[in-house]
Design a protein around this ligand. Structure first.
Ligand SMILES: [Zn+2]
Length: 351
């Protein structure tokens, strides 16, 4: 891990903070590309592909987004993904997100995708890979967004299934930089996937896992010690365990926190009670991310502006969160420094 960079930032008026949050360059490290599928695109793809979906209109579908926990969200999420059949569908989905990311000054994004959601419906791995990869290549050339892919295993399925998915994905190994673990957390602890993660580690992939979103701090420990992940996705339950907080800070393990997702899935009763400040105060490499923005009411900048408004975080926190996003990204040390230089220039220009 690189030496963290520091900068003391002069406070700015609260009414100018949203503009700073929007203008600063940032990396997004926790975005499920299938979770960026907006109701309008779901309907357009359903029509293009002749797929029937159990919602009468865009409004009807949006109205169903009143989730009470992770599972009620996942049920709709998988229904939405059922309209994705062809290479162009995957491209269109990723491209729509990448355009939004560029508008939010996201300069680096490491996008999760769930191949099992598609292969189990009979969509070929190659179809998924071709569409997503083409969008990443175009993003670099046309939007100036550096986009990479991380393949996620669905943890409610078996480890055997994850191994089979890895096997199908290996012919395309130059198209994804890491593997992750997502979907229903409770009852599916990280150690269920110990062997497949060990294999991915041997193969040289970066490793991440969702842990401590709804699940206990014990899941964060086992993601670190059994799966040997480099980043924890969510991890907000870590504040319940002082020894874990110390470990995360000492080893500079980034947490990819998703405030609007936590709000929508009732992990916190309101945004004002979110523990992002406590994570930063604990010296953790916490970051802000959108998770499943089409479903949770906001992309990157909305996560930043709403969270700052609700919790009273300052310009200093803004710099730290953006710097953390670059430190936590899977680029080399020189690229991290170059991104933080861009961040500093943006702050200089703003002051
Ligand atoms: Zn997630």
């Amino acid at each position: 891990m690189t030496i963290p960079q520091q900068r003391t930032v002069r406070d700015i008026a609260a009414d100018r903070l949203p503009a700073l949050l929007r203008a600063m360059p940032k990396a997004e490290l926790h975005i499920h590309i299938e979770g960026s599928l907006e109701p309008e695109l779901i309907f357009a793809l359903a029509q293009r592909n002749g797929v029937a979906i159990p919602y009468a209109s865009v409004e009807d579908l949006r109205a169903a987004y009143a989730f009470t926990n992770l599972q009620t969200f996942l049920d709709i999420y998988y229904a939405g993904a059922s309209v994705l059949l062809k290479e162009q569908d995957f491209y269109d989905m990723a491209w729509a997100y990448l355009e939004r990311a560029a508008a939010d000054n996201v300069v680096r994004t490491e996008m999760f995708f769930d191949p099992q959601t598609h292969t189990e419906r009979g969509v070929a791995m190659q179809t998924v890979m071709d569409g997503l990869h083409r969008a990443c290549v175009d993003a670099k050339a046309r939007l100036g967004v550096d986009a990479e892919l991380i393949l996620c295993f669905l943890r409610h399925l078996s480890e055997e299934d994850a191994f089979a998915t890895l096997e199908q994905a290996l012919p395309f190994r130059d198209r994804f930089i890491g593997v992750g673990l997502d979907s229903s957390e409770l009852g599916h602890p990280p150690e269920k996937f110990a062997r497949v993660f060990a294999r991915c580690r041997e193969l040289g992939f970066h490793l991440v896992a969702h842990a401590g979103e709804e699940g206990p701090p014990a899941y964060v420990w086992s993601a670190l010690d059994v799966l040997k992940v480099e980043r924890i996705d969510h991890g907000v339950q870590s504040t319940k365990d002082a020894a874990l907080m110390k470990r995360l800070a000492q080893d500079r393990i980034p947490l990819t926190v998703c405030p609007l997702s936590n709000l929508k899935l009732c992990v916190f009763p309101d945004l004002g009670q979110h523990n992002l400040r406590a994570l930063l105060d604990g010296g953790l490499v916490a970051t802000v991310n959108s998770d499943d923005p089409a479903y949770f009411g906001g992309y990157m900048n909305q996560n930043f502006t709403e969270t700052f408004a609700a919790t009273g975080l300052t310009a200093q926190h803004a710099w730290q969160l953006a710097a953390n996003s670059f430190e936590g990204s899977f680029v080399d040390a020189a690229a991290k420094r170059a991104y933080v230089d861009r961040l500093n220039s943006a702050f200089d220009a703003f002051a």
